[in-house]
Design a binder for this molecule. Structure first.
Ligand SMILES: Nc1ncnc2c1ncn2[C@@H]1O[C@H](COP(=O)(O)OP(=O)(O)OP(=O)(O)O)[C@@H](O)[C@H]1O
Ligand SMILES: [Mg+2]
Length: 253
């Protein structure tokens, strides 16, 4: 089986501060992994560096996408290869309307306009199309806007940063449906999936979207990996404090 993503011994710094310390992470093609971890451990940093944001400087290690070394590629080249993200806190883009972004994406890869219209209606985003991207949107509306842009783009590999944070229970089910639609290979065929990485610290989204495996990040390192259901149950029961103790115990053995 090929690996869609291989991160090898990755060390990253931002503004001279080292944030990731030797990350190893492999996601086989067709698998969806979850990245769990407490606030500030480096989850968003890892996603941004895989996407290629220039302020995140790789000082050691490699990122391979579908077997190709992309460590030196810029963000546009990575997007063209099929990497897409939904950001935790995307910026407001003054002067650019959501409709213009969707039109731009559609022009890159023409799709039937009525198909996109149906999608916009299904995720209740019609009234935001004429607004500047993310301007005056609630937290939950921003998550839907990000996922809508990804659904129209259809990346081969999607990374979703905290799609469940700040989302009420009803909206969580809509966000979960959007994520499942995004990760389905063909519309309505949920058993054949694309590859993805879902970042969450509460794990709520994993009640709606099945993850094949989970990784726990602590202080800029992957401390532990395993079946997502088992790791999530442990975190819910004992908290990240127990993860830290467990990892330290294993390192001493
Ligand atoms: N541009 C930056 N300059 C300096 N420090 C930064 C920068 N970006 C992130 N950090 C720091 O790096 C650490 C990791 O941040 P990151 O956003 O990756 O954490 P996270 O795991 O996504 O947290 P959360 O669950 O709160 O979203 C934090 O301590 C943060 O303050
Ligand atoms: Mg984050």
């Amino acid at each position: 089986m090929t690996n869609i993503l291989e991160v090898k011994d990755l060390c990253v710094e931002v503004d001279g501060q080292k944030l990731l310390h030797g990350i190893d992470l492999t996601i086989p093609d067709g698998e969806i992994h979850a990245l769990l971890g407490p606030n500030g451990c480096g989850k968003t940093t890892l996603m941004m560096v895989v996407m290629g944001y220039p302020e995140y400087r790789v000082i050691q290690g490699q990122i391979l996408f579908n077997g190709e070394d992309i460590t030196e590629l810029d963000i546009t080249e990575r997007a063209r290869l099929g990497i897409g993200i939904s950001q935790q806190r995307p910026p407001t883009i003054a002067g650019v309307k959501l409709q213009q972004v969707l039109d731009f994406i559609i022009a890159q890869a023409p799709k039937r306009v009525d198909e996109i219209d149906g999608l916009v209606r299904a995720v209740h985003m019609e009234r935001f199309l004429d607004r500047d991207v993310n301007a005056d949107l609630s937290g939950g509306e921003i998550k839907r806007s990000e996922l809508l842009q990804l659904l129209v783009t259809q990346p081969r590999f999607a990374m979703l940063d905290e799609p469940d944070s700040g989302v009420d229970l009803e909206a969580l089910s809509l966000v979960g449906n959007m994520a499942n639609a995004l990760l389905a290979k063909e519309p309505g065929q949920s058993e054949h999936r694309k590859s993805g990485l879902i970042i969450t610290h509460t794990g709520q989204i994993l009640d709606c979207v099945h993850a094949d495996k989970a990784h726990i990040m602590l202080n800029g390192q992957i401390g532990c990996s395993g079946p997502s259901r088992i790791l999530l149950d442990k975190i819910r029961k004992y908290g990240y404090e127990e993860c830290i103790r467990c990892i330290l115990r294993r390192r001493e053995e």
